[in-house]
Design a protein around this ligand. Structure first.
Ligand code: GLP
Length: 241
Protein backbone atom coordinates (compact mmCIF):
# COMPACT_ATOMS: atom_id res chain seq x y z
CA UNK A 1 0.00 0.00 0.00
CA UNK A 2 1.18 3.48 -0.79
CA UNK A 3 0.30 6.00 1.89
CA UNK A 4 0.32 9.70 1.08
CA UNK A 5 0.11 11.94 4.12
CA UNK A 6 -0.95 15.53 3.52
CA UNK A 7 -1.62 18.42 5.82
CA UNK A 8 -5.37 18.76 5.63
CA UNK A 9 -8.63 18.18 3.77
CA UNK A 10 -7.90 20.65 0.96
CA UNK A 11 -4.54 19.10 0.14
CA UNK A 12 -6.13 15.63 0.18
CA UNK A 13 -8.86 16.79 -2.20
CA UNK A 14 -6.38 18.44 -4.55
CA UNK A 15 -4.00 15.49 -4.67
CA UNK A 16 -6.75 12.91 -5.20
CA UNK A 17 -8.30 14.95 -8.02
CA UNK A 18 -4.89 14.98 -9.73
CA UNK A 19 -4.78 11.20 -9.61
CA UNK A 20 -8.27 10.95 -11.12
CA UNK A 21 -7.34 13.39 -13.89
CA UNK A 22 -4.16 11.44 -14.62
CA UNK A 23 -6.21 8.24 -14.99
CA UNK A 24 -8.66 9.96 -17.34
CA UNK A 25 -5.83 11.34 -19.45
CA UNK A 26 -3.84 8.10 -19.65
CA UNK A 27 -6.64 5.65 -20.49
CA UNK A 28 -8.76 5.80 -23.65
CA UNK A 29 -12.16 4.92 -22.23
CA UNK A 30 -11.59 5.02 -18.50
CA UNK A 31 -13.92 3.44 -15.98
CA UNK A 32 -14.08 5.17 -12.61
CA UNK A 33 -15.63 3.71 -9.48
CA UNK A 34 -17.06 6.51 -7.38
CA UNK A 35 -17.92 6.99 -3.73
CA UNK A 36 -20.21 9.35 -1.84
CA UNK A 37 -20.04 10.66 1.72
CA UNK A 38 -18.43 13.84 3.02
CA UNK A 39 -14.84 12.79 2.33
CA UNK A 40 -14.75 12.93 -1.51
CA UNK A 41 -16.83 16.13 -1.81
CA UNK A 42 -13.75 18.34 -2.02
CA UNK A 43 -12.21 16.10 -4.66
CA UNK A 44 -15.33 16.40 -6.82
CA UNK A 45 -15.13 20.17 -6.39
CA UNK A 46 -11.54 20.12 -7.64
CA UNK A 47 -12.55 17.99 -10.64
CA UNK A 48 -15.22 20.53 -11.58
CA UNK A 49 -12.67 23.34 -11.33
CA UNK A 50 -10.26 21.41 -13.57
CA UNK A 51 -13.06 20.77 -16.09
CA UNK A 52 -13.93 24.49 -16.17
CA UNK A 53 -10.29 25.30 -16.87
CA UNK A 54 -10.35 22.81 -19.77
CA UNK A 55 -7.82 20.59 -18.02
CA UNK A 56 -10.01 17.49 -18.21
CA UNK A 57 -13.01 16.18 -20.12
CA UNK A 58 -15.34 13.40 -18.96
CA UNK A 59 -16.73 12.73 -22.42
CA UNK A 60 -15.13 9.28 -22.68
CA UNK A 61 -15.49 8.40 -19.01
CA UNK A 62 -17.85 5.78 -17.61
CA UNK A 63 -18.56 5.78 -13.88
CA UNK A 64 -20.05 3.25 -11.49
CA UNK A 65 -21.01 4.38 -8.03
CA UNK A 66 -20.47 2.05 -5.12
CA UNK A 67 -23.87 2.14 -3.53
CA UNK A 68 -27.36 3.54 -3.10
CA UNK A 69 -30.07 3.48 -0.43
CA UNK A 70 -32.99 1.13 -1.09
CA UNK A 71 -36.26 3.05 -1.21
CA UNK A 72 -34.96 6.46 -2.29
CA UNK A 73 -35.53 7.76 -5.80
CA UNK A 74 -32.90 9.75 -7.66
CA UNK A 75 -34.92 12.92 -7.01
CA UNK A 76 -34.66 12.47 -3.26
CA UNK A 77 -31.96 14.85 -1.99
CA UNK A 78 -30.59 12.11 0.27
CA UNK A 79 -30.12 9.59 -2.52
CA UNK A 80 -26.61 9.02 -3.77
CA UNK A 81 -27.83 9.57 -7.35
CA UNK A 82 -28.90 13.08 -6.33
CA UNK A 83 -25.56 13.66 -4.56
CA UNK A 84 -23.59 12.62 -7.65
CA UNK A 85 -25.73 14.68 -10.03
CA UNK A 86 -25.24 17.76 -7.85
CA UNK A 87 -21.60 17.32 -6.90
CA UNK A 88 -20.20 16.13 -10.21
CA UNK A 89 -22.29 14.80 -13.09
CA UNK A 90 -24.38 17.91 -13.85
CA UNK A 91 -21.33 20.17 -13.61
CA UNK A 92 -19.11 18.34 -16.11
CA UNK A 93 -19.45 16.91 -19.63
CA UNK A 94 -20.00 13.25 -18.74
CA UNK A 95 -22.78 11.72 -20.89
CA UNK A 96 -25.32 11.03 -18.14
CA UNK A 97 -26.06 7.56 -19.57
CA UNK A 98 -22.45 6.68 -18.76
CA UNK A 99 -22.82 7.72 -15.13
CA UNK A 100 -24.19 4.69 -13.29
CA UNK A 101 -25.60 4.56 -9.78
CA UNK A 102 -27.58 1.54 -8.57
CA UNK A 103 -31.32 2.20 -8.72
CA UNK A 104 -32.58 2.11 -5.14
CA UNK A 105 -36.12 2.91 -6.19
CA UNK A 106 -36.99 -0.57 -7.34
CA UNK A 107 -39.43 -3.29 -6.37
CA UNK A 108 -36.88 -5.90 -7.41
CA UNK A 109 -33.56 -5.04 -5.73
CA UNK A 110 -32.08 -8.52 -6.35
CA UNK A 111 -32.63 -8.08 -10.09
CA UNK A 112 -31.13 -4.58 -9.94
CA UNK A 113 -28.03 -5.97 -8.19
CA UNK A 114 -27.53 -8.74 -10.76
CA UNK A 115 -27.95 -6.27 -13.64
CA UNK A 116 -25.57 -3.75 -12.08
CA UNK A 117 -22.90 -6.39 -11.55
CA UNK A 118 -23.33 -7.62 -15.14
CA UNK A 119 -23.03 -4.09 -16.50
CA UNK A 120 -19.78 -3.54 -14.59
CA UNK A 121 -18.45 -6.87 -15.87
CA UNK A 122 -19.44 -6.03 -19.46
CA UNK A 123 -18.08 -2.46 -19.47
CA UNK A 124 -15.03 -3.36 -17.40
CA UNK A 125 -14.06 -3.22 -13.74
CA UNK A 126 -12.81 0.15 -12.53
CA UNK A 127 -9.48 1.45 -13.72
CA UNK A 128 -9.58 3.59 -10.61
CA UNK A 129 -11.93 2.98 -7.71
CA UNK A 130 -12.45 5.79 -5.18
CA UNK A 131 -13.24 4.61 -1.67
CA UNK A 132 -14.00 6.10 1.71
CA UNK A 133 -14.23 4.10 4.90
CA UNK A 134 -16.94 3.81 7.55
CA UNK A 135 -15.99 3.86 11.21
CA UNK A 136 -16.84 0.14 11.41
CA UNK A 137 -14.60 -0.64 8.44
CA UNK A 138 -17.29 -0.70 5.77
CA UNK A 139 -16.34 0.06 2.18
CA UNK A 140 -19.22 0.97 -0.08
CA UNK A 141 -21.99 -0.31 2.18
CA UNK A 142 -20.30 -3.66 2.81
CA UNK A 143 -20.91 -3.94 6.53
CA UNK A 144 -18.90 -6.16 8.90
CA UNK A 145 -19.63 -9.82 8.19
CA UNK A 146 -19.98 -9.36 4.41
CA UNK A 147 -18.30 -12.15 2.45
CA UNK A 148 -15.06 -11.23 0.72
CA UNK A 149 -16.51 -13.08 -2.32
CA UNK A 150 -19.57 -10.84 -2.54
CA UNK A 151 -20.76 -9.26 -5.79
CA UNK A 152 -23.29 -6.38 -5.97
CA UNK A 153 -25.92 -7.19 -3.34
CA UNK A 154 -28.47 -5.73 -0.94
CA UNK A 155 -27.45 -5.23 2.66
CA UNK A 156 -29.12 -4.44 5.97
CA UNK A 157 -27.41 -1.30 7.27
CA UNK A 158 -25.76 -1.44 10.70
CA UNK A 159 -27.36 0.71 13.35
CA UNK A 160 -24.01 2.54 13.73
CA UNK A 161 -23.95 3.33 10.00
CA UNK A 162 -27.52 4.66 10.10
CA UNK A 163 -26.58 6.84 13.07
CA UNK A 164 -23.42 8.11 11.33
CA UNK A 165 -25.43 9.03 8.23
CA UNK A 166 -28.42 10.46 10.12
CA UNK A 167 -26.76 13.90 9.93
CA UNK A 168 -27.95 14.17 6.33
CA UNK A 169 -31.60 13.34 7.16
CA UNK A 170 -34.23 15.08 9.31
CA UNK A 171 -34.22 12.20 11.79
CA UNK A 172 -32.73 8.75 12.36
CA UNK A 173 -36.08 7.17 11.45
CA UNK A 174 -35.80 8.59 7.93
CA UNK A 175 -32.47 6.83 7.25
CA UNK A 176 -33.20 3.79 5.08
CA UNK A 177 -32.50 0.39 6.61
CA UNK A 178 -31.20 -1.23 3.44
CA UNK A 179 -28.84 -0.40 0.62
CA UNK A 180 -27.54 -1.82 -2.63
CA UNK A 181 -23.77 -2.00 -2.73
CA UNK A 182 -21.04 -3.27 -5.01
CA UNK A 183 -19.58 -6.36 -3.35
CA UNK A 184 -16.11 -6.72 -1.90
CA UNK A 185 -15.13 -8.92 -4.83
CA UNK A 186 -16.41 -6.29 -7.29
CA UNK A 187 -14.31 -3.62 -5.57
CA UNK A 188 -11.22 -5.86 -5.38
CA UNK A 189 -11.38 -6.43 -9.15
CA UNK A 190 -10.55 -2.74 -9.72
CA UNK A 191 -7.17 -2.13 -11.26
CA UNK A 192 -6.27 0.58 -8.76
CA UNK A 193 -7.92 1.76 -5.55
CA UNK A 194 -7.73 5.25 -4.10
CA UNK A 195 -8.94 5.46 -0.53
CA UNK A 196 -9.53 8.90 0.97
CA UNK A 197 -9.48 9.54 4.68
CA UNK A 198 -9.80 12.74 6.62
CA UNK A 199 -10.14 13.69 10.25
CA UNK A 200 -9.17 12.23 13.59
CA UNK A 201 -12.31 10.16 13.93
CA UNK A 202 -11.14 7.94 11.06
CA UNK A 203 -7.68 7.32 12.59
CA UNK A 204 -8.56 4.08 14.36
CA UNK A 205 -10.31 2.63 11.31
CA UNK A 206 -7.31 3.51 9.15
CA UNK A 207 -4.95 1.80 11.57
CA UNK A 208 -7.07 -1.39 11.51
CA UNK A 209 -7.30 -1.26 7.74
CA UNK A 210 -3.53 -1.00 7.28
CA UNK A 211 -2.15 -2.95 10.23
CA UNK A 212 -5.00 -5.08 11.56
CA UNK A 213 -6.00 -8.68 10.95
CA UNK A 214 -7.55 -9.41 7.56
CA UNK A 215 -11.07 -10.39 8.52
CA UNK A 216 -14.61 -10.12 7.17
CA UNK A 217 -15.45 -8.50 10.51
CA UNK A 218 -13.52 -5.45 9.27
CA UNK A 219 -14.24 -5.36 5.52
CA UNK A 220 -11.64 -2.73 4.58
CA UNK A 221 -8.85 -5.02 5.85
CA UNK A 222 -9.14 -6.97 2.56
CA UNK A 223 -7.42 -4.03 0.85
CA UNK A 224 -4.13 -5.32 2.30
CA UNK A 225 -4.40 -8.05 -0.34
CA UNK A 226 -4.88 -5.68 -3.28
CA UNK A 227 -1.64 -4.93 -5.11
CA UNK A 228 -2.40 -1.35 -6.12
CA UNK A 229 -3.88 0.71 -3.30
CA UNK A 230 -3.10 4.33 -2.55
CA UNK A 231 -4.36 5.90 0.65
CA UNK A 232 -4.44 9.68 0.59
CA UNK A 233 -5.17 11.15 3.96
CA UNK A 234 -4.63 14.14 6.16
CA UNK A 235 -2.37 14.12 9.20
CA UNK A 236 -5.25 13.55 11.62
CA UNK A 237 -6.62 10.47 9.85
CA UNK A 238 -3.16 8.93 9.50
CA UNK A 239 -2.03 9.82 13.03
CA UNK A 240 -2.29 6.27 14.42
CA UNK A 241 -0.08 4.61 11.81
C1 GLP B 1 -21.07 5.97 3.76
C2 GLP B 1 -20.89 5.44 2.31
C3 GLP B 1 -19.47 5.01 2.07
C4 GLP B 1 -18.56 6.09 2.61
C5 GLP B 1 -18.62 6.08 4.13
C6 GLP B 1 -17.86 7.21 4.80
O1 GLP B 1 -22.00 5.26 4.48
N1 GLP B 1 -21.76 4.37 1.96
O2 GLP B 1 -19.26 4.79 0.69
O3 GLP B 1 -17.24 5.87 2.23
O4 GLP B 1 -19.94 5.98 4.59
O5 GLP B 1 -18.52 8.43 4.66
P1 GLP B 1 -17.88 9.82 5.04
O6 GLP B 1 -16.91 10.14 3.98
O7 GLP B 1 -19.04 10.76 5.07
O8 GLP B 1 -17.23 9.65 6.38
Amino acid sequence: MEIVKLKGYEEMSQKSSELVIKTIQEIDNPVLGLATGSTPEGMYGELIKAYRKNNVSFQNVTTFNLDEYVGLSGEDSNSYRYYMNEKLFHAVDIPIEHAHVPNGDTKTPEKECAEYEKLIRDVGYADLQILGIGLNGHIGFNEPGTSFDSKTHTIELDESTRQANARFFNSLEEVPTQAITMGIDTIMKSNKILLLVSGEKKAEAVQKLVQGEITEEFPASILQQHTNVVIIGDEAALSKL
